[in-house]
Design a protein around this ligand. Structure first.
Ligand SMILES: C[S@@+](CC[C@H](N)C(=O)[O-])C[C@H]1O[C@@H](n2cnc3c(N)ncnc32)[C@H](O)[C@@H]1O
Length: 218
């Protein structure tokens, strides 16, 4: 759980608040069948699990078996009954192993930036969501404001990478700046979601503009 400790240090615990917001934005409720894409060790999936309760179902999907093993062992350490509604699936966000109109809500935290084909990922999310349901996609914000971009870049170079080095995670965080530069702005994300078929898409800046959350309704 080194990565979680590091995220706590780097965000001063704020990543937990942003993840909770992302889950709230899905509108997921008791009894829903929901999906957390690119779930990693499962932070968002565990939050979804509390939302949908014992009568709901949460699927966490990631293509990294190692991450799913960590998620599963975290699940085993938790005693709340709702966490029994979680299952972990090894799969590709670009080719989801689920039928059409299957989920009541979908989250994706810090995943879309890493996916090669963003449009295809949005098309897949659209396909497996039920009509009227929402996807909530949290990631770093690619700002169009030069000042915010400079602050973000400075923080990555001078705080994030050096602190990550202390946790032996330099490589995981070194690519962050370039991946944000190559990512889509809020407007572009909204555009891609609408192109993929969503009826509405709104991008919100969070964490003083450092992060962004796209909410798209099928
Ligand atoms: C930065 S981690 C985020 C983990 C978690 N969602 C969180 O917010 O803590 C990104 C995750 O996306 C996964 N990932 C990247 N591309 C993927 C793809 N095409 N299909 C499935 N998982 C993918 C990686 O394996 C990794 O676990």
């Amino acid at each position: 759980m080194l990565r979680n400790q590091l995220n706590d240090v780097l965000s001063l615990g704020q990543h937990r608040v942003w993840k909770r917001m992302a889950v709230d934005w899905t509108g997921a409720k008791e009894g829903d069948n929901v999906l957390d894409l690119c779930c990693g060790s499962g932070d968002l999936a565990f939050l979804l699990s509390q939302k949908v309760g014992v009568s709901g179902q949460v699927t966490g999907l990631d293509f990294s078996r190692e991450q799913l093993i960590v998620a599963s062992s975290r699940q085993q350490l938790r005693s709340k009954p709702c966490y029994r509604n979680l299952k972990w699936v090894e799969g590709d966000a670009l080719d989801l192993p689920f039928c059409d109109c299957h989920f009541d809500a979908i989250t994706m935290g810090y995943g879309l930036r890493n996916v090669i084909d963003k449009y295809k990922a949005m098309k897949e999310i659209y396909r497996v969501l039920k009509p009227g349901s929402k996807a909530s996609i949290l990631d770093f914000n690619k700002s169009t404001d030069g000042f915010s971009t400079s602050i973000q870049g400075w923080m990555i170079d001078n705080i994030v990478v050096p602190v990550a080095a202390g946790y032996g995670l330099t490589e995981e965080y070194r690519y962050l700046k370039s991946s944000i530069q190559e990512f889509l702005t809020g407007d572009e994300l909204e555009h891609v979601a609408l192109e993929a078929g969503f009826s509405s898409a709104k991008h919100f800046e969070v964490g003083g503009g450092l992060m962004g959350n796209l909410v798209a309704t099928r």
